[in-house]
Design a protein around this ligand. Structure first.
Ligand SMILES: NC(=O)c1ccc[n+]([C@@H]2O[C@H](COP(=O)([O-])OP(=O)(O)OC[C@H]3O[C@@H](n4cnc5c(N)ncnc54)[C@H](O)[C@@H]3O)[C@@H](O)[C@H]2O)c1
Length: 322
């Protein structure tokens, strides 16, 4: 039976992706090292849900660990799709902890590519890049524009992954597709991200720390839209008989939202008036992100079904009961 490998399966996007693929009847092999970048409890709880599916197999392993590949070898010729979502996320964390981005984004990716480089079954390997590759002046940039001006090690590690993909796809004729995600949010989200942190700060009766005096703007993208569009992109590549393609695409909501409007919507949805403390821009943060989907919409027929309010209502419903 054909199988999909989802790396970072206990992570936010990996969990939703694995679940969606299994609900579509696909067999998923998940791997995650359950690192402690944020509370491991939420990762374990996500896994509890995934483990209820019969078409799920999980390895608690690190992609940099040789032993993992020894175990995975048994499934080598069954895996036709890899969705590589494991990695070290977070822009601000990368200022103080640069090495982990090289180890878990760059090196781990090379180890994964080394394993799959001679695969005859692999139709496509999708990997997570990020809107942060566009740097400070990157709003609404098309995915085929040059990215060479990162302002954090996080974004430099993602650009490195994109460059490494070009090399591997050329030499080994494998299809490596990078997806630049834009601020993904939703139930089972990451506790280090602003919307989640705001509610936690409020719970602890703390002031909300609002960076860059509230001047940030983001393409907030609801998780179900990401997962559905990922599915479409995978199917596109499964149907085509391509060899050696290396492309990168934007995957984010085209609507850019001002941080203060985001907070206002969160206040309406939660019926909470947050206490706010405005602070300066943090190192590595870009002021605006904005998804340009001109290329992607035509090619994959991408759909974004959730507006911000709908997405936040779903997030808050989950948050209150978690
Ligand atoms: N969530 C977003 O808004 C967003 C935006 C842009 C890009 N991304 C990228 O998408 C990917 C997934 O993001 P996420 O929000 O789900 O993050 P996440 O931190 O929730 O998930 C990543 C998972 O990978 C695991 N992991 C890390 N290093 C590993 C290794 N060496 N071996 C095995 N497992 C490892 C972690 O334990 C974690 O569970 C990341 O690469 C991230 O940089 C996310």
């Amino acid at each position: 039976m054909k199988k999909i490998l989802v790396t970072g399966a206990a992570g936010f996007i990996g969990f939703h992706t694995a679940k969606f693929e299994m609900e579509k009847g696909n067999y998923v092999i998940g791997v995650d090292n359950l690192n402690e970048y944020y509370d491991v409890k939420i990762k374990k709880d996500r896994l509890k849900i995934l483990k209820k599916y019969k078409n799920f197999l999980f390895f608690k392993d690190d992609l940099n660990n040789k032993n993992f590949y020894k175990k995975l070898k048994k499934y080598f010729s069954d895996i036709d799709v890899v969705i590589h979502l494991a990695g070290q996320a977070g822009v601000r964390y990368s200022i103080k902890n640069p090495e982990t981005y090289i180890v878990n984004n760059v090196l781990a990716y090379i180890k994964l590519l080394e394993f799959f480089k001679f695969s005859k079954k692999l139709k496509v390997l999708l990997y997570a890049s990020s809107s942060s590759v566009y740097g400070e002046k990157g709003e609404k940039k098309s995915s085929n524009s040059l990215v060479n001006d990162p302002i954090s090690i996080y974004s430099a590690s993602k650009i490195s992954m994109e460059l490494i993909s070009k090399v591997y796809s050329k030499i080994y004729k494998i299809n490596l597709i990078g997806l630049r995600f834009f601020t993904v949010y939703g139930p089972w989200g990451r506790p280090d991200m602003s919307y989640f942190k705001f509610l936690m700060m409020n719970k602890r009766k703390k002031f909300l720390e609002i960076y860059n005096f509230g001047k940030h703007q983001r393409s907030f993208t609801y998780i179900d839209d990401v997962v559905l569009n990922l599915f479409k992109i995978i199917n596109f590549y499964k149907k085509k008989n391509l060899r050696g393609e290396s492309s990168v695409f934007n995957l984010g909501n085209e609507k850019t939202i001002k941080l203060m409007d985001f907070i206002k919507t969160l206040e309406i949805v939660t019926n909470i008036k947050f206490k706010k403390k405005f602070i300066k821009k943090q190192l590595g943060d870009v002021e605006k992100t904005g998804a340009n989907l001109k290329l992607e919409k035509d090619k994959f027929n991408l759909i974004f079904n959730h507006n911000l309010k709908e997405g936040l209502i779903k997030f808050y419903k989950w948050f209150k009961n978690y």
